[in-house]
Design a protein around this ligand. Structure first.
Ligand code: BEZ
Length: 245
């Protein structure tokens, strides 16, 4: 290959962007057929891809997702996985995970969320999960957070060699739900109970007013940087699914 050839642009499939409706599809999964995202209306979804069945990083991730599934569900969040392997490979891999694999304090882990069969790569292509510079026949580790209206709210891509950070995935769910519920933004590394950002002043008048009228509970460092405290229990009771709901 010449230098010019190696620098030639690789065609890139379209990628859904933040704010776009999640592209729709029907698929065969380890939990039966799904109609996505329609079957998940009213719920948050973490839709993620992994490169291949029977690989170690993916195995550690599936065990972690499965062990956190109830916690995600307590924030009205469902999990849906995809790889470009077929259904029978998926079933065999998930059985092997349950029967044979221990990782950290996890063992005997049953994966009960759907894992999509995408041997044609049609869904992976639709979601920009195949990145030819990394691999032409396997997906990267993509994560799409989709809201109850079916809109994409967060997109993260990891390379094949890097396992995802699951604390961060849960933090993203809590932060997005908090932002929606309280009409605020969340600063760097935010966790429930820490100050949130009050939306910036949208006019010179509001900016002046902000600095002159001291609103109780709102602390302004400057006109554009104001925070307020929302106690962790208030955040949790707003975003957590109520018992029996
Ligand atoms: C893994 O999941 O272990 C893996 C998959 C593809 C490439 C490298 C690692």
């Amino acid at each position: 290959m010449t230098v010019t050839e190696s620098l030639a642009p690789v065609p890139v499939a379209g990628m859904p962007r933040i704010g776009d409706p999640a592209p729709a599809f029907t698929a065969v999964t380890t939990q039966g057929e799904i109609n996505f995202p329609a079957d998940y209306a009213g719920k948050w979804v973490i839709f993620f891809s992994h490169p291949a069945d029977f690989t170690p990083v993916c195995t550690s991730e599936f065990m972690t997702f499965a062990s956190m599934q109830k916690e995600f569900a307590s924030y009205n969040t469902e999990l849906v996985g995809l790889s470009v392997d077929g259904l029978y490979s998926h079933i065999a891999w998930l059985r092997t995970i349950k029967d044979k694999i221990a990782f950290r304090d996890m063992h005997d882990v049953e994966v009960t969320f759907p894992l999509i069969d995408d041997v044609s790569m049609a869904i992976a292509q639709k979601y920009g999960m195949i990145m030819p510079g990394e691999d032409t026949t396997k997906a990267v580790r993509a994560v799409f957070v989709i809201d109850p209206k079916g809109l994409i709210r967060t997109v993260i891509y990891y390379p094949q060699s890097l396992g995802r950070n699951f604390d961060e995935l849960l933090r993203i769910i809590k932060a997005l739900q908090t932002a929606d519920h309280f009409h605020v933004a969340t600063p760097a590394d935010w966790r429930p109970g820490e100050p949130v950002i009050v939306p910036p002043a949208g006019s010179c008048g509001t900016a002046k007013q902000r600095m002159e009228d001291h609103v109780e509970g709102v602390q302004c460092e400057d006109w554009f940087f104001c925070t307020k405290q929302i106690p962790a229990d208030e955040v949790e009771s707003a975003i957590r699914v109520k018992d029996g709901a």
